[in-house]
Write a protein that binds this ligand. Structure first.
Ligand code: AHG
Length: 334
């Protein structure tokens, strides 16, 4: 049976978008294509997990003292590999690497962009077959073209991102990315091995009924955050509720669901970790960019995530992100 629907691949889509800008060099399209390629390789490995020896710990901890899983390393190597050998990226920063890696060669030094990654977010979920993801952020370099990228290229405010996205390895594998022109989602069609446009022009519903937070930490949250959580629990059908609590423990999966269905996701600071757990540059900034472009909001409890000054690659920040009206209610409560 013929399906009467035009299928548009990720490559076709990015090239079509580029054609609207006569001066575009195609570097961003190339970068997104490279990321898509690495994501397909990670998808294959994630889907084999359990059959091959890729589950479990790598035996080391990362710079933040967290256990590193074998799949984390595999994913990091894939993204690093395609971008190092591509022509669109001058260097990368990653959760899995202590410092930035600058691709100091004649081609890379001419590249306009640098990327930051969390190659495999939600690693605690890998071994138990729960959705995990990759998150990425793209900045235009501020350093001089023709020379190696510098740390200043990576330590930019989130507002300066030119693109950001994530890949969710879930019941299907999807890549969602945002530029200032909008947010679009592509589902991996395994029959042709291509990401194809499945969720054009994603908009985050203005409101929703889902709140996502680690309730286990409740007594470690600031009083004002506890107050908002209490508000969520007290919602009834007469004041926009009842709300439902959903928390997977993979931010990619939690925020993806809330982006599609409407909701609020929170990772507040705790008494032990006042800045929370999430990393500004490769977890919070990319999601804040995507959700804002889709019509939602993201803050650290005081200011927009996208306006937080970046001082170090692995900097942490509390994050509250989601549907516009729910975020406004949060801001009015705290
Ligand atoms: P990691 O990749 O180290 O497993 O961290 C996952 C992140 C994020 O994706 C998730 O929302 C959060 O950590 C869950 O942390 P808690 O278990 O503390 O709630």
């Amino acid at each position: 049976m013929l399906i009467n629907r035009k299928i548009q691949t990720l490559d076709e889509f990015t090239i079509q978008q580029m054609r609207d800008f006569p001066n575009a060099t195609g570097e961003l399209s190339g970068l997104l294509r490279d990321i898509g390629l690495a994501a397909k390789r990670v998808h294959v490995e994630v889907n084999k997990a359990g059959l091959v020896d890729i589950l479990g710990d790598y035996g080391t901890t990362n710079v933040q003292g967290e256990e590193v899983k074998k799949l984390d390393i595999f994913a990091n190597n894939q993204f690093m590999g395609v971008l190092r050998h591509g022509i669109s990226c001058a260097g990368i920063g990653s959760e899995e690497m202590d410092d930035i890696v600058v691709f100091d060669d004649a081609v890379s030094n001419q590249s306009k962009y640098v990327c930051l990654f969390d190659p495999l977010d939600g690693s605690a979920n890998i071994d138990v077959n729960v959705s995990i993801g990759t998150i990425f952020s793209v900045f235009r370099r501020v350093s001089e073209l023709g020379k190696p990228a510098t740390k200043a290229d990576f330590l930019q405010q989130g507002i300066k991102q030119v693109a950001a996205g994530y890949i969710i390895y879930g019941s299907s594998t999807m890549m969602v990315y945002a530029t200032r022109r909008g947010v679009n989602g592509f589902t991996l069609d395994q029959s042709i091995g291509e990401f194809t446009l499945s969720h054009p022009d994603i908009k985050c519903p203005e409101t929703g009924r889902i709140y996502s937070v680690n309730h286990g930490n409740y007594f470690q949250y600031e009083e004002k955050v506890q107050k908002y959580i209490n508000t969520c629990q007290l919602k009834t059908k007469d004041n926009g509720g009842p709300y439902t609590q959903r928390y997977i423990g993979s931010m990619v999966a939690d925020v993806h669901r809330n982006l599609i269905k409407g909701g609020i996701f929170m990772y507040p600071g705790t008494t032990d970790k006042p800045k929370g757990k999430l990393r500004l540059l490769y977890e919070c900034n990319p999601f804040a960019f995507i959700v804002e472009i889709a019509g939602g909001k993201a803050t650290n409890g005081n200011i927009r995530i996208l306006e937080v000054e970046a001082t170090e690659i692995h900097q942490r920040t509390p994050m509250f992100i989601g549907s516009k009206l729910m975020m406004e209610e949060f801001e009015n409560t705290i």
